[in-house]
Design a protein around this ligand. Structure first.
Ligand code: TMP
Ligand code: ZN
Length: 421
């Protein structure tokens, strides 16, 4: 590992504190989206420390090692999953954001990390003016082709001023599953202040740390996810940057996420009841002290050991096992649990950019679902956040005697018997 591509965190990116509790260390793990060409350059494959700590002052959960974004996103293969679950969710986001922005026709909606533009297309349908911002040029080009104006840039205070000049102030700035990827939150929030209309809202969707801890979703920990947020922590962050938490919605996507809105501290939007309720709950349930996180680490180690044992027992029993969905979290799961080619024959994945490659660290071939000639006896569901949709779609596989291993919170096997619905 060349040390110049990793920055080790000293002070907290939310509160500046330096009192860290060690939560869990997974050793060195390769990058979650670092899929490799087959037989390509395995000897040169890099792995980086993957370790989580908790700030004793604001309770931010953070990785200790921040990999240089140039390295992390150089070969970025993540494309928003084209799934019914996600399409439905994006419509929900439009509806929820509409409550506050009053569905103002012609209002400007700016999305940070807009990927291929799906979410903004849903906003366009409501008559909003939209602008996407995403540093991945290949993705921005796809969005443009679909009619979503997109800047292939990193968002920060400098870009925000230019955008405000050219397009006017935004009634909504949205960031879905990007906020946890950002190291310099202060600069992004300065950008938000420069671009947001006085009565506008900054709305982010992030995985909820409480859900991750309760459901043992340890595989959502990977180098792209620098931060894991409580509502209390976000509230502290917003307050330090002239904003006020306005509302929060809990959502099922990606194993449990929150849609959190903030407005100017001196703006018209008050803090809603749900914000206070969740902050109170976090305190009452112990999320502001060490114990919860110690227990999380213990339970994660137990679940990992159980999963490895279960899969190895199945293989020893003569069962053929494969992975379903070569997801980013699958990289953490397989590497941390030590499951590789000895256990999984292949992984199916619908993303063309991943097909024909091998999984990071574990080097399992990734194939298109339609290329599978002999289905395995069981699929390990690495894309468990789409479990419902996938189990419904794979009814025929289940009816034919196939099964799924669901890894978290407790490894379980689902077989045809449960397809009746
Ligand atoms: P995501 O949770 O980050 O969207 O990643 C899910 C991965 O799983 C992504 O690589 C696409 C893949 N996938 C499938 O292979 N089949 C499916 O049915 C779904 C929903 C996702
Ligand atoms: Zn802190």
């Amino acid at each position: 590992m060349s040390t110049d591509v990793v920055r080790f965190v000293t002070d907290c990116r939310v509160c500046g504190g330096e009192r860290w509790q060690k939560v869990i260390s997974f050793g060195r793990v390769p990058l979650a989206n670092g899929f490799l060409e087959e037989a390509d350059s395995y000897p040169h494959e890099e792995a980086y420390p993957l370790e989580v700590v908790s700030c004793r002052d604001c309770r931010l959960l953070s990785l200790t090692a921040v990999v240089d974004p140039q390295v992390l996103y150089r070969t970025y293969s993540y494309v928003t999953s084209d799934s019914e679950t996600m399409r439905q969710h994006m419509r929900t986001v439009v509806r929820l954001c509409g409550h506050h922005t009053g569905r103002r026709p012609g209002g400007l909606v700016v999305e940070l990390g807009s990927n291929t533009g799906d979410q903004l297309l849903a906003f366009q349908e409501t008559g909003a003016r939209v602008l996407g911002i995403d540093p991945a040029r290949n993705l921005a080009a796809i969005a443009e082709e679909r009619g979503v104006p997109t800047l292939a840039e990193y968002f920060g205070s400098a870009l925000a001023a230019t955008v405000a000049d050219e397009h006017g102030k935004a009634s909504l700035i949205l960031g879905r599953h990007v906020f946890a990827h950002i190291d310099d939150l202060a600069d992004v929030l300065a950008g938000v202040r420069a671009l947001l209309a006085p009565d506008g809202l900054f709305t982010i969707e992030v995985p909820y740390a409480v859900d991750m801890v309760e459901r043992l979703e340890f595989d959502t920990i990977y180098h792209e996810h620098l931060s894991y947020f409580l509502i209390s922590t976000l509230d502290t962050l917003f307050a330090r940057h002239g904003l006020r938490t306005v509302d929060v919605e809990r959502l099922a996507v990606h194993g449990g996420s929150v849609l959190v809105s903030a407005g100017f501290a001196d703006g018209p939007h008050p803090t809603g009841e749900r914000v206070r309720e969740l902050i109170d709950h976090e305190r009452a349930a112990g999320y502001l002290s060490d114990g919860v996180y110690q227990e999380f680490a213990t339970r994660v180690r137990h679940t990992c050991a159980e999963l490895t044992r279960l899969v190895r027992d199945l293989v020893a029993d003569g069962k053929r096992v494969a992975g379903y969905g070569a997801s980013a979290k699958g990289t953490t799961l397989l590497n941390v649990c030590g499951l590789g080619r000895d256990e999984l024959e292949f992984c199916t994945d619908t993303t063309p950019q991943k097909q024909g490659k091998v999984t990071p660290g574990t080097h399992i071939p990734v194939v298109a679902p339609q290329a599978v000639r002999r289905p395995p006896d069981l699929y390990l569901l690495l894309a468990w956040n789409y479990a419902e949709e996938i189990l419904r779609r794979e009814a025929a596989f289940l009816d034919a005697g196939g099964g799924f291993v669901l890894p978290v919170p407790e490894p379980t096997v689902r077989t045809g018997a449960v397809t009746a619905r």
